[in-house]
Ligand binder design. Structure first.
Ligand code: ADP
Ligand code: MG
Length: 264
């Protein structure tokens, strides 16, 4: 797999520091368990007749360093699943072990810290902050890492250059096209070198050249050790995702007949 990525995209950066979520916690993944382990996860919205079950009985394990794809029809729970994995949302039932720690037992401050330091998001709807420039949006995740100002500026500039947006560093989101906003969002997601990257249809608004840049950046992050969970329908990702989880009506299902897994 790595050889294949290297061939496709060239070599990535060197290995990153170990995942730090378990520091101060119990045995981490000393049981040899997965980095991410969901057991019987439900997520329901609303009550009574308006109750909407977005996820139902989801069991999912993601190993450290895996690059998995998630697909399924609109409304099948993909975004809800990513929100839970990224500690933006909590299950209404079931358990989530992240690096051996029960997320539901973490204090809010630790959840926020883990989210800010270890998890990068690329949202379907960009979620750039409107009154911040492209540069400031990309810089934001670095504010949690305690880096010196000069290094921060260099990292932001490099991330913007890699997505071809350095010339627009001073632009506000409203001055950028959807494709350009998504490229800035990708730079923001990867600038801190997150250990877990969660991406929700990140190439949905991009032309094929722009999409190639995004695919390459994620592949390089993966090669450098990040664990990536990607929602996509773009068949080109099959080159880099080894495994795809299929959702239907909030449940993990077997792939439809004829939709065989790619050979990797
Ligand atoms: P997908 O990303 O696969 O299109 P979502 O995870 O966005 O699916 O949504 C799954 C289901 O949960 C849908 O029926 C959706 O309407 C519902 N849902 C998602 N978020 C909310 C919310 N905040 N409030 C109520 N229902 C929601
Ligand atoms: Mg969605």
């Amino acid at each position: 797999m790595l050889a294949r990525l290297a061939r496709l995209f060239g070599r990535g950066r060197s290995a990153q520091a170990d995942f730090t979520v378990s520091s101060g916690g119990p045995a981490g993944d000393a049981d040899g368990g997965a980095l991410i382990r969901l057991r019987g996860v439900d997520r329901a919205f609303g009550r009574g007749v308006s109750r909407n079950i977005a996820l139902q009985g989801v069991d999912l394990e993601i190993e450290r360093g895996e690059f998995i794809g998630v697909d399924g029809p609109s409304g099948s729970g993909k975004t809800t699943l990513l929100s839970i994995l990224g500690l933006l949302d909590t299950p209404t039932a079931g358990s989530y072990l992240l690096n051996g720690r029960a997320v539901e037992e973490m204090p809010a401050s630790q959840r926020a810290r883990t989210r800010n330091r270890e998890i990068g998001f690329i949202f379907q709807s960009f979620n750039l902050i409107g009154d911040m420039t492209a540069f400031e949006n990309v810089d934001l995740p670095l504010s949690y890492l305690g880096l010196p100002g000069g290094e921060r500026r260099d990292r932001v500039t490099e991330a913007l250059e890699r997505v071809g947006m350095a010339a627009k560093a001073g632009s506000y989101p409203s001055q950028l096209s959807g494709g350009h906003q998504q490229r800035v969002a990708v730079a923001r997601a990867v600038v801190g070198g997150p250990q877990i990257l969660l991406a929700d249809e990140p190439t949905g608004n991009l032309n094929s050249d722009q999409a190639s840049v995004v695919i390459q950046m994620l592949a390089e992050l993966h090669e450098a050790g990040s664990t990536i969970c990607l929602v996509t329908h773009d068949p080109r990702w099959r080159e880099v995702t080894r495994r795809t989880v299929h959702l239907f009506d909030g449940r993990v299902v077997e792939p439809a007949a004829g939709a065989a897994e790619p050979v990797s």
